[in-house]
Write a protein that binds this ligand. Structure first.
Ligand code: RB5
Length: 149
């Protein structure tokens, strides 16, 4: 699995922690910015990672801003992306099991790094349950097909 990683300035330090964690677990990832010490606009970086997923260069994305909210708003504009801000490990587990989340968003100002890494671990290690949840996710796809160009 190849992961697209991105942040704005408010998520930069946590993104570095996530990158270190991914490296330690031997996960493949690409960092789409931002770099250190710059104040940037989160949509400019979220869009790069989101595009890498919808174009197939990456399988999933992890996006970090101040709260995880702005990055989720950006990623969810992309057809096929299911971006989920996950404040807890339980939310991450359910986001995978029930929502087939393919984009985790985290907040550099809301998540302590140890909690964030525990959330990343659960999100990476949990499989989608399918079954009735596949029907529900398909309904999201149907809504996209009917409403998004
Ligand atoms: C940046 O100050 C902050 O607004 C941004 O990181 C994010 O939290 C937006 O959702």
């Amino acid at each position: 699995m190849r992961i697209a990683l991105a942040s704005d300035h408010a998520g930069y330090d946590l993104k570095v922690c996530v990158a270190d964690y991914l490296r330690a677990r031997g996960a493949e990832f690409e960092d789409f910015g931002c770099g250190p010490g710059e104040s940037v606009d989160y949509p400019d970086y979220g869009v790069r990672a989101a595009r890498a997923v919808v174009e197939g260069a990456c399988d999933r994305a992890i996006l970090v801003c101040g709260t995880g909210i702005g990055m989720a708003l950006v990623a969810n504009k992309f057809k096929g992306l299911r971006a989920t801000p996950c404040p807890t490990e339980y939310a991450a587990e359910m986001a995978r099991k029930h929502n087939d989340s393919n984009c985790l968003t985290l907040g550099g100002r809301t998540h302590a790094s140890d909690l964030a890494l525990a959330i990343v671990r659960v999100w990476l290690d949990t499989e989608f349950e399918g079954g009735r949840h596949a029907r529900r996710v398909q309904k999201i796809r149907d809504i996209e097909d009917a409403n998004c160009k």
